[in-house]
Design a protein around this ligand. Sequence first.
Ligand code: PEP
Ligand code: MG
Length: 837
Amino acid sequence: MHNNNNELTLGAPLSGPVMPLFNIDDAVFASGALGDGIAIDPLNDSLHAPCGGVIVQVARTLHALTLRADNGAELLLHLGLDTVALEGEGFTLLVGEGARVEAGQALLRFDLDQVARHSRSLVSPLVLTNGEHYELRARALESVKVGDPVLQIVPRQTPRAAATPESSDDEVRRHARVAHRGGLHARPAALLRQTAQRFDCSARLHLGDRSASLDSLIGIMGLGVEEQAQVEISCRGKDREAAIQALLQVLQTPLAEDHPHAAPPPPIASRPVEAGVLHGVCAAPGLVSGPLARLQGIQLPPDPGGHDAQEQRQALNSALEQVRSEIRATEQQALSRGDHAEQAIFNAHLALLEDPALLDTTHQAITHGSAATHAWSQAIDSQCQVLLELGNPLLAERTNDLRDLRQRVLRALLGEACHYELPQGAIVVAQELTPSDLLLISQKDVAGLCMAEGGATSHVAILARARGLPCLVALGPALLEIAPGQQLVLDADHGRLELTPDQARLEGVAIARWQHQLRRQRQQERGLSPAQTRDGRTIEVAANVASAAEARQAHLSGADGVGLLRTEFLFVDRRTAPDEREQLDAYQAVVDAMGDKPVIIRTIDVGGDKQLDYLPLPAEANPVLGLRGIRLAQARPQLLEQQLRALLQVNPAQRCRILLPMVSEVDELLQIRRCLERLAGELGISQLPELGVMIEVPSAALLAGQLAEHADFLSIGTNDLSQYTLAMDRDHAGLAGRVDALHPAILQLIASTCAGAARHQRWVGVCGALASDPLATPVLIGLGISELSVSPPQIGEIKERVRHLDAAECRRISASLLQLGSAASVREACRQHWPLD
Ligand code: PEP
Ligand code: MG
C-alpha cells in the first residue's frame, strides 16, 4: 500500500553538476514527455538510490531502472543519453528487479570512460514518471555529491485528472513489429504514452500473454519489449481507430537517434495520424512551402572564470541599457499602432529586466569571477526553474519571456558575434521562439514558423498573427529531428506540417499562394472605389491610424476616412504634456493627409495601467475598472480642455469629428458637449465638429438610445466591449482565444446599439478589431453597422468582402446568430453562410 501523503526528499543519485531537464540535449526528456525531473552530469562511476524503495523495473540493457519509493512515487534513473545502444556493455547491475533498496545504496556501476566514449552523453536524467499524483520541487541546482538533497517530492492535493474515455465495448486490435533500436526503452515508451494520451480512448500494449496500459510508462517498459518483437495494440473508446493508427506508427517508426550512422533519419510524427505529417495548433493562419531552417539559441562556450568584476559589471549594465531602450522603442511602436496586446508583452519584458532577484543573482556570480554572459544566463535559468516549480501553466509560459531576455542581453553582450542567417523563404523551426526572435525573424524574408512547444495564445503567437506569418505551435519534439534544408509544406489553417511533399503538392501550394497574392493585389487596386453590397447599401470602410504618415498610406489605399485616431501617441513617453499648438499641428496633419475625407479623433484614453509621467495618479487596485478614458479627463479637466481647444481649431471643422472613450452614462456626454460649446465661445468659433461616443462599456450599449439622442454618431470599441462583457482581460495570454467579439452576448449589445441609434437617425461604426475580421463583416452589416474602421492593410480586403454580400440576407441570418450559445458556434455559422475564399 502506498503512503501517498508523505513528502520525500531525494538524495542525489550521482555526483556532479545538476541541470534542469528542459536544458538537456534530448528532445524527449527535455520536452517533459517522461515527466518532470533533473539531470546530473556524473563525475563518479556509480548510481545510487535517491531514496528507499523497490526496484520495479530494470532495462534489459541495464542503462536505466525504475525505483518505486515508499510513498508511491516512481522514479526513472536513466544513465546517460542514448546508452541503450551500448547493449549493457560497461554497466554492472548491483541489485535485481524486485529488490528492496535503502536510500544511498549503490544500484549500478558503470565504466565512465567507456560509456562516455560510446554514447551521446553521460548526462543522466532522474525523472518522476507518475507526476499526476506528485510534484517535484528542486532543492539544488548546482554541483552535488551522492546523497545531497536534490529534489523534494510532494503529493498533489488534487491529482491531475486522468482521461476518462467514453465507454464502448468495441475494441480494435492490431499487430505490429517494434522498430525501435533496443526495443521499447524509456523514450519510445514515452512517445507511445504521449501519443495515446492525445486520444479519447484507453489503449493497451500486449506482448504474449502479458499486457500493460499505455497510461503507464513503467508498465510499458516493464513488458521488456525488444527490437523486432511482435506486439499487439488494443484500443477502446471514441477515438479508437485514429488512436490505433497513430500508435502503430509510433511502434513502427524508429527514433532518429536510434540510427546514429544512418543518413538523415525518417522523421517521426508527434501525432502521427497521417504518414509524413506533423500536427500542431494554428497560431497564425496561412499556407506556404519552403526549406526548413533550424533556429538555435545562443550557445556559450565554457567560462574559465576569473574575470574582472568591474569590467563585467560595466558590460552587463550597458547591455541591459541597450536592451531596455530597444524594448522601449518596440513598445512605443506598438502603442502608436494602438496594439495594446503587443505593448503589454514588451512592458512585461521591461519589468522582468529590472527584477531584483535576477539582477542580484547575476551580480553575485560576477563578484565570484563569472563572465557577465554566463552570470546572466545562469541567473535566468534558475529563475525559470523557480517559475516552473510553481506548477502554474501561465507562470511556466513566462519562462519563455525570461529566455527571451537571456537571448537579447546575450546578443547585446556579444555584439556582432551573433546574428541569424536564414535562407530566403525558409520555414523556421525551433523548440520555442521568443518574442525578440520573432521580431528579428520577421525582418528576414521567411515563409513561416514552426515550434515544438508553445501555445496559440502565447506572446509569440500574437506577434506572428500581427505580422501575417503563418505559424504552427505544439508540434512536438519530432519537429526538431527533421533535417535542415528539407522542403516542407506548412498548412497552418489545418494545423499540418507536411514533411514529404511531392513536386505536385509544392507546385499546388505555390499556385495557391500566387492566387492569394493576386487576389490581394486586385483587392488593393479596387480599394479606391466605394464598397457597396450587392443590393446597393454603401458601407464606409475607414482606417484606424496613429499618425499623419499612416493616414497618408490609408488614403492611398482607398480609406473612406479615418475611423479612429488614437491620440495617446502624442502624450506618452515624454516628460511634459504636448501644448495646444503641438496638438493642433498633429491633428491638422492627419486631416490634411486624408484629402476630402472625414477624420474621427478620439480624446485621450490613458489612465488605468497607461500612466503619464507628468500626470501622477494614485495606484489602482483594478486599473481597467478605474480612472481611465473620459473618467480621467473629468478628474483632470485641464488635460481634456486643452485637447478640445486644439480639436476645435482643426480646419475644416466639418471633416473633424470628436470621439469620447469609455463613456458609461449620458451625463458624461452632456458635460463634454457643454464644455465644448463653452470653449468654442471663448475661441470665437461657430462651427463645431461632430461629437460621437464610443460604445465600449456594456452600460453604454444598453443606453445607446439615450446616448444617440445627444451624440452625432456612435462607434463601437469591440476590444473593450469584449473585455467588459465577458469579464476577461483583453491582454490575458491564457484567455486570448476566448476574448472573441463574435460572442453572441456582444452581438446582442451591438444589435441594441444599432437599434438605439436608429431611433434618432444616427449612424454606428465599429472601430475595434472585429471590424478588421472578414468573417465578421456580414454580421456587422446585418446588425446595422454602416462604417467599419479597419487596419490600413485590410482596406481592400474588407471592401471586397462587402461587395460580395447581400445586406438583406446579412440582416436575416445575423438575427438568428444572436440566439447561438458561444463565439465558436457563431464563427462556425459564419463560415457556413459566408465562406471566406
Ligand atoms: C476598443 O476598445 O475596441 C478600441 C477601439 O479602443 P482601444 O483598443 O484603443 O481601447
Ligand atoms: Mg477601448
